[in-house]
Design a protein around this ligand. Structure first.
Ligand code: P6P
Length: 337
């Protein structure tokens, strides 16, 4: 892999040579990448930057906000509102959509993001990340919340930036998945992998095992069979990972395969799951599918779910295709009874 291809050059070539992305979308993605660089800088300060700990407020999910949640959200808003490529933004950290102020030109895209996913890991120095999704704004002068409620297969770009031992941006515009690593000396994201592929089989699952007693039968069956190892019906041993940061778990799966599950459970039966559809599950599902994996809510393809609310939650099973298909099959067998 030529190490001299920057994100900017990659996007210009995708636009100019392959005609794959319009100039405005290229601009948007470059601005988001610059915002992620700025967030990485704040995250890396840690205790030296007075950015750790709670902000003393709650977000729309009723979760305590960390100082860095708010910093990351503000960085993304300020970086994207003036460029003329966006009409509005939506964030896990904001109840309502954020319309680009009238003092700036408005563009044809909608940007959704979880500004800092995995916040519980911030204060203990474990990888966290930013997840983003781009939609086209429907026709019309104003932007309303309902304009964001588009199924995941309508996305025109999706990606994340993981703030770990490296700061790495992973992106798709619908023609495969590319990975860029931040070169801190140059201050540029450099292309380090193209056409990521998730192996169809795996021996590694990611789930929060402490919730086992709350799971429904198909999830319990799948995990039990993995735990039985080579003596059980799967005939092979499995390993388990759970980082409690979706970005880090998905990055591992995009890098070496695996299956990630955050299923519905009995703790809050009225909730479809813990993760959010619009700015966590949809972008991650598209990336995974673009890399040859699969992503369902146990019943249907995540990218086909018709959203009803901006912050709605969803069950998530994603990663190596044959494992996701097996879990989905177990759900179908239960539903057929
Ligand atoms: P639990 C982080 O808060 C998050 O939204 C995902 O990034 C992560 O996969 C999940 O929640 C962790 O949830 O219940 O294990 O803390």
């Amino acid at each position: 892999m030529a190490k001299s291809i920057s994100l900017t050059r990659y996007l210009v070539e995708q636009q100019r040579v392959d005609g794959l992305i319009p100039a405005q979308l290229r601009l948007l993605l470059e601005v988001v990448a610059r915002a992620c660089k700025s967030i990485s800088h704040s995250v890396n300060k840690g205790a030296l930057g007075e950015v750790l700990g709670s902000a003393g407020s709650e977000n729309v999910q009723g979760e305590i906000q960390k100082k860095l949640d708010i910093i990351a959200n503000e960085v993304l808003i300020e970086a994207n509102e003036w460029g003329g490529h966006l009409a509005a933004m939506a964030s896990e950290e904001m109840d309502e959509i954020y319309q680009v102020p009238n003092r700036y030109p408005r563009g044809e895209y909608l940007l959704l993001f979880d500004p800092l996913d995995g916040s519980s890991n911030i204060d203990v120095n474990v990888s966290i990340g930013t997840i983003f999704s781009v939609l086209l704004k429907p026709e019309g002068v104003d932007v309303l919340e309902k304009d964001f409620l588009q199924a995941g297969h309508k996305q025109v770009a999706a990606g994340y930036c993981v703030y770990g031992p490296q700061t790495t941006l992973v992106l798709t515009v619908g023609h495969g998945v590319a990975m860029f690593t931040l070169d801190r000396e140059q201050g540029s994201f450099m292309l380090t992998q193209e056409d990521l592929r998730i192996p169809e089989d795996t021996q590694e699952f990611a789930i929060n095992m402490s919730n086992m007693r709350h799971w429904d039968a198909p999830t319990k069956r799948y995990i039990d069979e993995c735990l039985q190892g080579r003596e059980g019906p799967r005939g092979k041993d499995f390993n388990m990972r759970w980082i409690a940061s979706m970005v880090a778990d998905v990055h591992r799966i995009l890098t070496r395969g695996g299956v990630f599950m955050y299923p519905w459970d009995k703790r809050e039966p009225g909730k479809a799951g813990k993760l959010r559809l619009m700015y966590e599950a949809n972008p991650m599902a598209w990336l995974v599918e673009q890399a040859g994996g699969a992503a369902t809510d146990g019943q249907q393809r995540i990218l086909d779910i018709a959203p009803e609310q901006l912050h709605q939650r969803v069950s998530v099973v994603l990663g190596s295709k044959n494992e996701v298909d097996r879990v989905t099959q177990y759900y179908a067998q239960t539903a057929a009874k």
